[in-house]
Design a protein around this ligand. Sequence first.
Ligand SMILES: [Zn+2]
Length: 256
Amino acid sequence: MRALPPLLAMLLLAACAQAPVRNPLATWVPSPNFNVRQPVIIVLHFTQQDSVQESLDTLRSENSAGKVSSHYLVGDDGRIYQLVSDLDRAWHAGGGRWGTITDLNSASIGIEIDNDGREPYTEPQIAAVIRLLQDLTTRFGIPGSQVIGHSDLAPTRKVDPGAHFPWQRLFEAGFGIWPQGELVDPPPGFDPWLAMARIGYAVDGGEDARAAAVRAFHQRFRGRDDGDDPVAVFEAEDLRILHALVRGASPQSSAD
Ligand SMILES: [Zn+2]
């Protein structure tokens, strides 16, 4: 057989990689009744790198720390890059849990934001993230409350998007959660760990996991970084915030 011209061979290979998977063990009797992946949650990250170009390289290459990707990357000038289709599973979340979701990469859309972890986010960048969230939540019917940080789902491993991320601003635009109304002391018997679990944090993994969850909570709701040695202790203000967060929460839907 004559060898295929290199370009044609490449095109055929690419086509094969995209072809629908049909199991040779079975007879293919296609049904029209299916749909593509439906993401139900959105995860925000910081890149912890110095430039958008560096992150574009990391997210598209064999990375020394393992291959990673995200659906989107938002530059500090507000430019939005897309690297993976919304319908495909990008590799941004890794191991972790949020509520009952354990395979976060399958369930989510990942947005990396160009920020080194020490600097404030820029105005055009946050405006772009909000525009992107408006688009994604509308197109996929994702509730605005289902926007979380990487540190929320993997508090023992991750600290992004960090204490500088403006979660209150995001909430005012309709995304994430934030305590509403007057902050008051919770009633006697209030269990802060139950409240954390109700919000979505995994707090059943022992002392280290609980301490890490408290650090993630402080980053997100108090704009504060507890550093490398967090403790599993809530302050009075934490309890007031937790109480306000679960007081405002509607009962969990059985479909969750
Ligand atoms: Zn991350």
